[in-house]
Ligand binder design. Sequence first.
Ligand SMILES: [Mg+2]
Length: 196
Amino acid sequence: MKRIEALEVLNGLTAELAVVVTCAATSRELASVENRDNHFYVLDSMGLVGSITTGLALAAKDSDLPKVIGLEGDGSLLMNPNVLPTGGFLGAEKLFLVLLDNQVYGSTAGLPTYSSRVDLGKLAEAAGWTVGRAEDTAQLRDEFDRLLTTTGPTLLHVSIEAGNAADIPKLLVDPVVLAHRFQSWLTARLEPHTAV
Ligand SMILES: [Mg+2]
């Protein structure tokens, strides 16, 4: 499964969910599939998707959102693996990371990451996360649906091929604009419902 194939599936499953997306090729490819208000592209902040998603998941605790989704890469998670014990320690009920693991730094010439020898799913399990795995689009769809109903920090470890999709334009929107757009989308969903 190529990254963009995984993103096409995930895009179809997350129209009504907050989605925090890791930098570089993953953000560009998702935006090329569909550029929506519920996408927060974390441009140039490698390693912070898990932290941001954790904070938003805690903030969404009493909302109608079933989970807050973070789309993370192996290289990026390895830059900030503290996300795993932090999520487990906090027991963040609505934290859901989808780890797109191609075992390389996809945006820097495909240099290998540690994930070929270090199982990031097992790291998450050791930290108290519920972990699912997917190696094709059917498994991705099924496991995403299943894990969306779990309570507590959750990781879907997705095996993807190395390599980036061709002819994907750069995402040159001002990050301030992207953040404001996402904030507006999310705020409306976190506000308490008022009786009509
Ligand atoms: Mg990678």
